[in-house]
Ligand binder design. Structure first.
Ligand code: CS2
Length: 491
């Protein structure tokens, strides 16, 4: 994502290129968003499920944007290495779940046709938060989004995930086929319900009868997904080539830990035997999602902003610096865990202790900059909902306030050393302009809080919240992020 990795500069040095060894299974899944996370996660579990109990669950991967994934994967027949980076070094496993890659902008009709094939029973998604085209604060589809408007007018050549899904469901219904299950795998609360909501809103605008059929027959299970998978670098690929003697342009590098908790609610019960590969199939995933989004992603974003501002490049470097681990421990104990319901089978303090160990893994070079991107789409479910709950019961939340103030500082575009930040966020220009226009810290905080697509009304309208954010912002400005972290950790 952040860095485009390709083959080593001299592929000849890397040896022959990896290629598929076993025949591809028949396609049963179309996956939108074939990036590093999908390759380290969905495809690995599905590969293992098919190895354990067969089934026609090959995955046709669809890129909604660039041809990169196709160009990396197809010369290798869809095969690639998922490399686990743990205490015993790099452990590569060849994954052969992918049957093909389509690049949607090159031929959108071919994508709709593939999704309409009755042999496809699941359409899964890793399209990132902004891919749902919803307003994060309300969960509603943005009907005025230019791409959504395009798809409403030209459903024969969609550009958004929701457009492709509705176009394909329309064709399936017309030919008397069953709908597919839509399986969201993005870090959003109630991701299945969100996907269902935007699909139904879009379908209603096209044809209310189609929407009624989707509502009655379609299934949208929610899922909690977890595996830390940084963007692949050329250095990673070089190292793998030296280790395996094979060039692999599509490899991904991830931590050993993985957890997938899925609501077992699929159209006609059709799904791979993921449970044979360790997936937890449950009735309700809400508590697991809250645990993961608030404990992991909430602190990941906290480390990203407070780490980046202080000059740390990766998460493992950040947590090794004085104060950061202490900050996390206090934040989990005092501010986050009191808001998290108990998920079945989880030990919450143990979960957080394990998180600190995962962040500390020095073999995973996860850049703070990568996690900092798209904050406007991530903050609501990672930090703001937790903060709102704390303030609603009159409890202090100085760590969450510090994290949100650090995001505001970050969006001002300059780090603590005075260097410019390469901001990447769909609202970057608007947020930066709002920040530049404001004269004082209080004005700046007020200008950010006025973004109602990001801040829920109970935070935007709270004078206590604005005052606390202003104080934290001023301290970050005068003393720097690292000093603020140490102070919070020591208090
Ligand atoms: C990260 C996540 O990039 C980010 O914003 O917080 O991608 C994180 O690594 C995963 O959710 C871990 O499962």
């Amino acid at each position: 994502m952040s860095m485009e990795a390709g083959l080593p500069a001299d592929p000849a040095q890397a040896g022959p290129r990896l290629s598929r060894r076993t025949p591809a299974a028949r396609t049963g899944i179309v996956h939108l968003g074939p990036g590093a996370f999908f390759r380290a996660f969905n495809a690995v579990y599905t590969h293992e499920a098919m190895a354990a109990s067969g089934g026609d669950w090959g995955i046709l991967a669809v890129s909604l944007q660039s041809p990169t994934a196709r160009d990396q994967l197809m010369p290798q027949g869809g095969a690639y290495h998922a490399v686990t980076r743990g205490p015993n070094g790099d452990v590569p496993e060849v994954i052969e779940a992918i049957t093909g890659v389509l690049v949607a902008p090159e031929n959108p009709a071919a994508v709709v046709a593939a999704m309409s094939d009755p042999a496809v029973r699941i359409v899964s998604l890793t399209i990132t938060e902004k891919g749902y085209r919803h307003a994060p604060a309300t969960g509603r589809l943005k009907m005025d989004d230019p791409d959504v408007r395009h798809d409403l007018a030209h459903l024969d050549r969609p550009v958004t995930a929701v457009g492709f899904i509705v176009a394909a469901l329309m064709q399936r219904r017309a030919r008397g086929a069953r709908p597919f299950t839509v399986q969201s795998c993005d870090n959003l609360p109630d991701n299945g319900r969100l996907a269902r909501g935007v699909v139904l809103e879009f379908a209603t605008a096209i044809d209310p009868d189609l929407a009624a059929w989707i509502a009655a027959e379609g299934r949208f299970p929610s899922a909690m997904v977890d595996r830390i998978t940084p963007a692949t670098t050329t250095e990673d690929l070089d190292r793998l080539a030296r280790q395996t003697g094979l060039a692999d342009a599509a490899a991904v590098f991830c931590e050993p830990f993985r957890q997938w908790v899925v609501e077992d609610d699929f159209v006609d019960g059709a799904r791979p035997a993921w449970d044979r590969a360790g997936v937890q199939m449950v009735r309700d995933v809400t508590a697991h999602e809250a645990m993961k989004l608030r404990c992991l992603n909430g602190t990941h974003s906290t480390l990203a902003y407070l780490g980046y501002l202080a000059g740390f490049e990766t998460i493992s470097q950040t947590v090794a610096a004085e104060g950061y681990a202490g900050m996390l421990q206090r934040l989990w104990r005092e501010e986050i865990l009191p808001t998290v319901p108990q998920p079945e089978g989880e030990d919450l303090p143990g979960y957080c202790a394990a998180l600190l160990a995962r962040y500390s893994n020095p073999a995973i070079r996860h850049r703070t900059w990568q996690i900092a991107m798209d904050g406007s789409q991530k903050l609501p479910q990672r930090l703001l909902a937790t903060l709102a709950e704390r303030l609603a019961v009159g409890e202090p939340a100085p760590g969450l306030i510090l994290a949100v103030a650090a995001w505001m500082r970050y969006m001002g575009g300059v780090d603590d050393a005075g260097a410019a930040i390469a901001l990447k966020d769909p609202l970057a220009a608007e947020l930066k302009a709002a920040s530049d226009r404001a004269a004082t810290a209080a004005d700046r905080v007020a200008a950010f809080l006025a973004f109602d697509a990001i801040f829920p009304a109970e935070l935007a309208g709270s004078p206590t919240c604005a005052a606390a954010l202003t104080r934290a912002y001023e301290t970050l400005q005068t003393r720097g992020a690292h000093a603020c972290v140490k102070e919070y950790a020591d208090a």
